[in-house]
Design a protein around this ligand. Structure first.
Ligand code: CO
Length: 213
């Protein structure tokens, strides 16, 4: 059976099981969502957000893109962030990178002529690499260099979340959310905490917003 038919069959089985366990399940979950967490992860098929942390439907608001990037001109990401912080009032934002990230690996190589758009998406990672080249190039193998840049990129994106107006305003008015930087290991399935930023964090003045009148 091809994959699509298998997935449609799986979906029917899943819906039936959920209803058997709790006849009111879909009726209740359809009413509204109150996730406490925004997840910003990589599109990589091997890092399924809810599965690796055991979260149920309704628990996480999710944004994924190649190499879990937080880009100040990405309206897709900014819309997700604004809605999560302003409307859903999430308590936590998790930026989750992963070791062996193909996006990070590609950013450390020459640009591919057949991937013109993807090249541009990776440009931000190349820029980050140039800033931290000394910390990355000390490693002998490509795998180690990629994994070091995976960690650096994740930490950079956590800072980038804190540079947004919605987060800075929310820190001032609501004392949250807390931003976490995690890295996930494809080889062992474990998450490692890299950085945590909250309202007490001193943001570099060039990223701060002047008080509004
Ligand atoms: Co990846």
């Amino acid at each position: 059976m091809d994959k699509i038919n298998k997935y449609i069959k799986n979906n029917k089985l899943w819906a039936a099981k959920m209803t058997k366990d709790d006849p009111e399940y879909f009726k209740n979950i359809a009413k509204s969502q109150h996730p406490e967490l925004l997840w910003i992860g990589c599109s990589d098929s091997r890092v399924p957000a809810e599965i690796i942390v055991g979260a149920a439907p309704g628990e996480m608001f999710i944004h994924r893109n190649i190499a879990n990037q937080v880009i100040a001109t990405d309206f897709n990401f900014l819309s997700v962030l604004q809605y999560a912080v302003t409307v859903l009032k999430v308590k936590h934002i998790i930026v989750c990178g992963h070791y062996g990230c193909g996006g990070i690996q590609a950013a450390l190589q020459k640009q591919k002529p057949n991937l013109l758009v993807t090249n541009k998406w990776l440009m931000h990672i190349k820029n980050t690499y140039r800033l931290y080249q000394n910390e990355v190039d000390v490693f002998e193998t490509e795998e180690e260099r990629v994994n070091k840049l995976v960690e650096i990129n994740t930490i950079e994106q956590v800072h980038a979340v804190s540079h947004s107006l919605v987060v800075q305003e929310s820190w001032d008015k609501h004392g949250g959310p807390i931003i976490h930087g995690w890295v996930y290991g494809l080889a062992d399935g474990l998450v490692k905490e890299l950085i945590t930023l909250g309202p007490g964090h001193q943001i570099d003045p060039i990223y701060q917003y002047e008080p509004q009148e």
